[in-house]
Design a protein around this ligand. Sequence first.
Ligand code: P5A
Length: 414
Amino acid sequence: MIKQSSAGIYSWLPLGFKVMKKIEKIVREEQNKIGAQEILMPTIQSSEIWKESGRYDDYGDEMLRIKDRQDREMLYGPTNEELVTDIFRSSIKSYKSLPQLLYHIQWKFRDEVRPRFGIMRCREFYMKDAYSFDLNDDEAVFSYNKFFLSYLKTFKRLELTAIPMAADTGPIGGNLSHEFIILADTGESKIFTDKRIFDLDSEGSIIEKKSLENLRKKYERFYSVTDEKFDKEEFEKEVDKENRLITKGIEVGHIFYFGDKYSKALNAAVDLPDGKKDYVKMGSYGIGVSRLVGAIIEAKYDDKKEIMKWPLSIAPYELAIIPMINKNDTSTLEKASKILKHLENNNIDTIIDDTDENLSSKIKKFNLIGVPNQIIIGKKSEGDTIEFKEIGKDTQNLTIEQIIKILTEQKANN
Ligand code: P5A
């Protein structure tokens, strides 16, 4: 799926790349649904805007600094608050053009002290980062809540239970912030939460301020924080013993509201109805798209059975055909090719394992790769029926028509 190319930097190989692109598509669709517009900013930025915001010095060694041939100070963007504010200030002049919700999906670089767990904490990673611009605090919190809802929906579509938790803002700034965390023993974030938060549903209408406010309040009623915000006394007061959960998790998203921190520093102001000017109020919203590939494996891998099963919508393939191959007998491979044609005609994304490894090691390998359905063509498969298995379930002997029906239904229910 991936190959390390140097410390904390990875190449994306065919299977991993397909998964990441499918995750990206879901993230994009959910951003578009709340009215955010996609742009694309460069990976390389000039130091000037970072000097304006004061973060050129603050960001420290995590920032990868580069000089061009004219000796100009450049950097590989670790995040884009400054650059997007620069775009805003040169394009938007009036309150009439607000709100603006802009996002891009682009590589970032952070020279992490301890890159680890592969693509989970690496130096070069793929992030969806969105930015909101509003007239006042009230409108800006409305935008924040739109992203809050959108994140719950995005992670649900990825079949993850991501819990929003009050969090610190670190180098991004501001005083309102939530991390979205999925539970995993291998996670780096220590979390303290109330078990009842897992039963909440994420319904809300993005056009109603009140409905979104209530949604966030519903989550905030339950104590749920990361390490930095933990207060033992408060936790024990607010959460009954039987509902306390202290565990570890992976941060897959993080949202921030920081008012005029960047707009003031970079002078991004709009004309108001009364002729005065005011700095716009901003928030920023990140999802670790490449981190999600690893995080979903952590969430979906069954280490007792040694089986991985990707959610269908992001699986590298929907089905793997695994034929037993004998050197002198190509009949199973021919049968596999025929089945493949049928499946392709029905838009089922399929891979054939035509290697000459033995059948049981091929099956083992595919159990790890996590393609959710398998067709096995072994000695036993004669006549019209074929061995079909949905990972984690029993094998069935079915006709190709029956298999196509099952796969089509799986997709319709997705
Ligand atoms: C929000 C968007 C920001 O950078 N600025 C723009 C804000 N937030 S963040 O929390 O620092 O990062 C957002 C998400 O990116 C992922 N992420 C990483 N993934 C892999 N390796 C890393 N080193 C790394 N750092 C951050 C996380 O999913 C995080 O929630």
